[in-house]
Design a protein around this ligand. Sequence first.
Ligand code: ATP
Ligand code: ZN
Length: 714
Amino acid sequence: MFLRGSIARLRPEQVKVRFQQPSRSSPLFVRSFSSGQQIRFKQTFFNPNEEPDKNKDNKKKKKGPDLSNQPQDFFKNTKWTNWIFPGLVISLFLNSYSSGESSQMTFQDFKVNFLEKGLVKRITVINNSFVEAELVTQHPRIVGFTIGSVEFFEKELDEIQDKLGIPNNERIPVSYIRRSSILSYIMPFVPTLILIGGTYYLARQLQKRAPNGKGGGPLNNIMGIGKSKARLFNQETDITVKFKDVAGCDEAKEEIMEFVTFLKEPKKYEKLGAKIPKGAILSGPPGTGKTLLAKATAGEAGVPFLSVSGSEFVEMYVGVGASRVRDLFSTARKLAPCIIFVDEIDAIGKSRESGPMGANDEKEATLNQLLVEMDGFEDTDHIVVLAGTNRADILDKALTRPGRFDRHISIDRPDIEGRKAIYKVHLKPLKLEHPVTDEFAGRLAALTPGFSGADISNCCNEAALIAAREDADVVKLVHFEKAIERVIAGLERKSRVLSPEEKKTVAYHEAGHAICGWYLQYADPLLKVSIIPRGQGALGYAQYLPGDEYLISQEQFEHRMIMALGGRVSEELNFDDITTGAADDFKKVTQMANMMILRLGMSKKLGTITFETNTQQPQVHKLFSEETFELIDNEVKRVINEAYEKCRKLLTEKLDEVEKVAQELLAKEVLTRDDMIRLLGPRPFEEKNDAFKKYLLPPNEQQQNRPEEGAQAA
Ligand SMILES: Nc1ncnc2c1ncn2[C@@H]1O[C@H](COP(=O)(O)OP(=O)(O)OP(=O)(O)O)[C@@H](O)[C@H]1O
Ligand SMILES: [Zn+2]
């Protein structure tokens, strides 16, 4: 009765320690395995009438309900099964321990030490082979010894008592009993019991789910392998996301809204005989909020949300994926109405013929099962399946067929307005210097072209971390600027010390890039140039702000190539030797040139043909002749050479400017756009980036950048 609860919490080593010193806390287990006679042993060290001692163990145990009075509670509690195995082991241990309580000796010892001294109160002969004698002393109270034959023992006993002159009516009472220990019945089964108990206990332990709801140990993976790994988010407790938390992507929200109304008032549709779409594919680059949108849909509809990743269906054992799909849908049916979200569906939904290895049986089986399940549930089941992917183009056509994922919702990287809205969402929890204004969010959005929702969330968090590191009370714009730089270019590496020569080379290299950017019409606005090493291997870098562009002209392409070559050309013009610093630039230039020639039809000689090959499929025959091959080679070289010549011409003309910028860089390490204007005068072209003009240009420059408006105003 004192043991309840505590064993379950004790670790094995604790259990051991407890029982090395027999305490009052053992009777539960002694009783569970002892026959009536064995209680006697227990009484030798446990007195039920004894006052409970006031040690802290006891106090703790007394708190809970008394187990001995409420056995039914004990068995109702499912946890009791967890005790079986440790209980078994401990009670066996105890049994062996408690058996040692009566002192064993020889008949000779007994005769000399007790019998002849008249210390014996009562004698019991057990099974004609063992004698237990109760003494008048307390310690030991009981002694035992084996005898060869009962006749001999009786004779000896009589002789001694005769010798001591004890009258017949006062002789030691002797009783004869037969006793079969329950242990003698149990013992043959003990190994089997331990085996079964052990296996059961291990299985239970391993099947216990980890607190985060994910699988437990390795054995669990095998036992529950066919189970879906979907995480369930309960509508009341877990899904707090609503559409208002998903900023931007208004079209996507609008489209997905239909599912919300369906899950909320299915009758409205069913009344008219309409079939509700069963699923939708959400496609878009990583971090654009596909998962978030799916969750918000569940949040708005107020239904459970089952989230699983496509890759979680894939296992090396055949048939596991299909079984997991089945399990997922059977769970969903129980929870309906509900939303299933399968992230990275391309892991199983890849087009079945594609891939260099041909079809993969296991993946195909999994996909087939998914298709079967989607066909299998009726729209009256009120289950909606949403799937996320970054590669909608490689999905199997069978998946996107009507009646399955028949809606395709694409979520793009947010534009300036989208980013502004997302910033507003993620700035809300931060402690800022000023309340969030449109201006402030717009400025951050303009500084982060191409950022996804996840990047923005990361950037806001990074800013707060930087502010905390600087012991600031509030998060300021500078912290955001540092965070953005860090996200874009990586961590500043002040520890990487360059030699003065290296530093000089980097300064002229970066100055070359910067000057090209300054005097080329289609170059993006420059924000800053720096020669502080950052991230992985970047010795210097320049931050430009491309706008949200959807079309890029040939001239733009060319200007970008010239800019990329500016670093190496500047090295050539200013030093006798060249360095390895331009490797990355060349990679970019080559990629751009290849794209122009092979995909964009920007070569007159080759014409408007795309030479793109499908790298996923093995090439069986040549797609174009040797001559075309050579022509492509020559054209790519020509485009790059032309850009190189233009770059060399430009930088030769602007050698003084390069010198100025390089010297200033060596002195200050970082140059901003304002520094550039101070050194070179304003850029000769209007900036092309609207967001930049609107949020980042100082007001006086905004005037200069809009000549017509300026004229009208004057
Ligand atoms: N439109 C948005 N509004 C607010 N927060 C956003 C938005 N998009 C993304 N986020 C932020 O980015 C995080 C990651 O987004 P999410 O996991 O939904 O992206 P995903 O598109 O599913 O990415 P992946 O393709 O890598 O699975 C979100 O938890 C959220 O904080
Ligand atoms: Zn470079």
